[in-house]
Design a protein around this ligand. Structure first.
Ligand code: SAM
Length: 338
């Protein structure tokens, strides 16, 4: 197909291409052409006077050359690599793309994501790390619909999440399956820090558990958890809004599994967790640890709490779940409480 294009010497191609993207002048439906010396950048419209001036500056010439040339159509959508010089890391949660705060030129990246990923309706940039008692983050909408809620699918379950109101990360998806696979028929599971339910719901959905007790202190998280119980038509879950230390008292020696996904602070809840355990129950204890002491100190905290309650422990598994920061890891220690 014939199209207007800018002919530019290859060594000047990149700054001109970037400007065309910025002005939304690059026609992504056509493949960029080249010969040994020149690039031919297809145009979606004729540049105005000011744009021509800036393109001249980028190319270092008096007058850029606009001509008509033949182009091949792009098969499908352009790739992000074709729209961006450096493609930063981003996560997709439902129809939201989520970038970290250190991504340069977030608006440009967001535009490219919206062009390439037709399922993305919102692009957010994080304004804070995971923070506070409820482990939430703040965000800014960079492109698309201004919202932080979406429906996320994971291993056959659907979760309504609101990234600003309650913790959720897709990064633990495989870890959650690993835990789910350990649960046996007829068991009772206490998820002490359940969030919107990504541990509790698949456990209740995929196994014949007797009961999952899902506790969270954040009212928004529990509201979403209740919606997700309905959304996934699961039974045998009791959603409880409250402090895990207090609520655990009501289920003493009932649990076969206790999930403690509150890295950094789970040790404050160890006495309650041990009280929950029937003999031979398993605690799945999450922590963030340094590479020089991945498991030892955390295991010692569990041992001390167990001994205080007159119980012993048997360490079943030490799992590195993911890297968290330089030299820091998210780990899971699985311990039988005898
Ligand atoms: N397990 C969920 C997941 O994987 O998405 C949520 C994990 S998030 C790291 C920790 C959760 O613990 C948050 O939802 C927070 O609201 C909750 N939380 C914090 N302190 C709590 C407490 N004292 N009692 C119960 N829940 C608490």
């Amino acid at each position: 197909m014939k199209k207007d294009c800018i002919k530019v010497a290859k060594k000047k191609g990149e700054p001109v291409r970037r400007l065309l993207i910025e002005f939304k002048l690059l026609d992504n439906s056509a493949r960029i052409n080249s010969d040994p010396k020149y690039l031919y950048l297809p145009l979606s419209r004729v540049p105005d006077e000011n744009e021509v001036k800036l393109l001249n500056e980028a190319e270092g010439s008096e007058s850029i050359e606009i001509l008509e040339s033949d182009f091949e159509e792009h098969a499908g959508k352009p790739k992000l690599e074709e729209l961006l010089e450096n493609v930063p890391h981003f996560e997709i949660i439902g129809d939201i793309a989520l970038m970290e705060s250190d991504v340069p030129e977030p608006e440009k990246v967001a535009d490219a994501i919206m062009q390439v990923k037709s399922n993305v309706k919102t692009v957010l940039v994080a304004l804070s790390p995971v923070e506070g008692e409820f482990r939430t983050r703040r965000f800014r909408t960079v492109a698309g619909e201004d919202r932080t809620w979406t429906i996320h699918k994971e291993y056959g379950c659907r979760y309504q999440v609101d990234l600003e109101k309650a913790y959720f990360t897709p990064r633990l998806a495989t870890e959650r399956v690993r835990i789910m696979e350990q649960i046996k028929d007829g068991e009772i599971v206490v998820d002490m820090f359940a969030g919107v339910g990504p541990y509790s719901i698949p456990i209740a959905k995929n196994s014949s558990v007797k009961q999952v007790i899902a506790i969270d202190k954040n009212p928004h998280a529990v509201e979403l958890l209740r919606k997700n119980i309905e959304l996934n038509s699961v039974e045998n879950i009791t959603a409880i809004e409250g402090d895990a230390n207090v609520e655990a008292e009501k289920y003493a020696t009932m649990a076969n599994h206790v999930i403690m996904n509150l890295p950094h602070n789970a040790h404050y809840f160890l006495d309650a967790a041990i009280k929950l355990c029937e003999p031979n129950a398993i605690i799945h204890y999450y922590d963030m640890t340094h590479e020089d002491d991945l498991f030892e100190s955390s295991t010692e905290l569990i041992r001390v709490a167990a001994e205080k309650a007159g119980r012993n422990i048997e360490v079943l598994n030490e799992q590195t779940v993911r890297s968290y920061a330089p030299h820091q890891y998210n780990v899971c220690i699985e311990v039988k409480i005898l």
